[in-house]
Design a protein around this ligand. Sequence first.
Ligand code: ADP
Length: 154
Amino acid sequence: MERTLVLIKPDGLQRNLIGEIIGRFERKGLKIIGLKMISVDDLKIEEHYGKYMDKPFFKHLKRFMQSAPVIAMVLEGVEAVSAVRLIAGATKGREADAGTIRGDLAMSMQTNLVHISDPEEDPEAEIKLFFQNKELFDYERVDLNFLYSPDELR
Ligand code: ADP
């Protein structure tokens, strides 16, 4: 099973979309193994969005990410990294496909509701930046055998 990090950004909280966003991941069949509300400090912003530190939009991104709490969660599933990216949709909300979180609910390139792990940027390292091991839960989903066929679970 793969694990991947999702952050619901401050616009998700302010726009009362936390339940809607978590519900989409739940209904898909992704397993929530960690969930908390946090504020993102300067160090985390710099580690997390380090590649954008020299971009003109970085100061707005930092201010935005620190403007309200963020919901952090870790989702688990077979090929969860790509599945979660598909559900989130393209970065720019106004161009994202309908049916995705950003395509249905966001207009902006920056205030685009969710952060999702990039497969190129080591999702496991990103999880470690936000969660300690003791904050991640190992439990059995009762519907597992209806979500996947046995060969997918091998
Ligand atoms: P994604 O979040 O889709 O993986 P990126 O990793 O490219 O996208 O960017 C991280 C975040 O930085 C975006 O979700 C967005 O909030 C912000 N961002 C990226 N590019 C821009 C931009 N050109 N202008 C404003 N904000 C941006």
